[in-house]
Write a protein that binds this ligand. Structure first.
Ligand code: TMP
Length: 207
């Protein structure tokens, strides 16, 4: 049996890392073989592309060039890590996937959604996540948390308005496909966030 493909998404500072660890522990305690990975990245070559994407530099990164590098990394990650794992029955949890591209490059940078769809079909064929957890938070609050955590990368130094657009994009996609997405209010206490995640994971296990 093919494994389930789960993804976790959100704007900056939503608490993805803590909740990924929680999901990992939860599923492992239920006997699920889970591979946790991330985008951009997940293989040595894709991690090199991640460094290129996140590095701050003087030269402006053309948005279309950025989009192509993201899908180059994704193709490598899919072929070498994600698909082989799913095919051997392992579940995969990816810290971000193509919803991030729609949200950041589509809604944030304003690239044509049709071009993203084209690349999604080229790189992924029919593969889409079975379930996506969208951790949603007030953008200013998330940025405060991100700032307190570490030095900001190239994406994190964008204006708040950019992240407002990214958040709108995520929410629009989630509302358009409520079967696939679980929207979790990441402004709640961690205990409440994890309660919501547990309910959704229980449901996945019985599907
Ligand atoms: P991370 O810090 O959550 O690991 O993500 C790295 C950055 O990459 C984050 O700011 C969002 C950005 N990103 C995109 O812009 N498009 C994408 O498709 C992905 C996967 C990430």
């Amino acid at each position: 049996m093919r494994g389930k493909f789960l993804t976790i998404e959100g704007t900056e500072g939503v608490g993805k890392s803590t909740n990924i660890a929680f999901i990992n522990d939860f599923l492992r305690s239920r006997g699920i073989d889970l591979l946790v990975t991330r985008e951009p990245g997940g293989t040595p070559l894709a991690e090199e592309l991640r460094e290129i994407l996140l590095k701050k530099r003087d030269e402006a990164f053309d948005p279309t060039a950025e989009l192509l590098v993201i899908f180059a990394a994704r193709s490598q990650h899919l072929q070498n890590i994600i698909l082989p794992a799913l095919n051997r029955g392992c579940w995969v949890l990816s810290d971000r996937f193509t919803d991030a591209t729609y949200a950041y490059q589509g809604y944030g940078r304003g690239l044509d959604i049709k071009h993203i769809e084209l690349l999604e079909n080229l790189v992924q064929h029919e593969l889409r996540p079975d379930c996506t957890f969208l951790l949603d938070i007030d953008v200013a609050l998330g940025m405060q948390r991100a700032r307190a955590r570490a030095e900001l990368d190239r994406f994190e130094t964008q204006e708040l308005a950019f992240f407002e657009d990214v958040r709108k994009g995520y929410l629009a996609r989630a509302h358009a496909d409520p079967m696939r997405y679980t929207i979790v209010d990441a402004g709640q206490t961690l205990a409440d966030v994890q309660q919501d995640l547990s309910m959704s994971l229980e449901k996945l296990l019985t599907d």
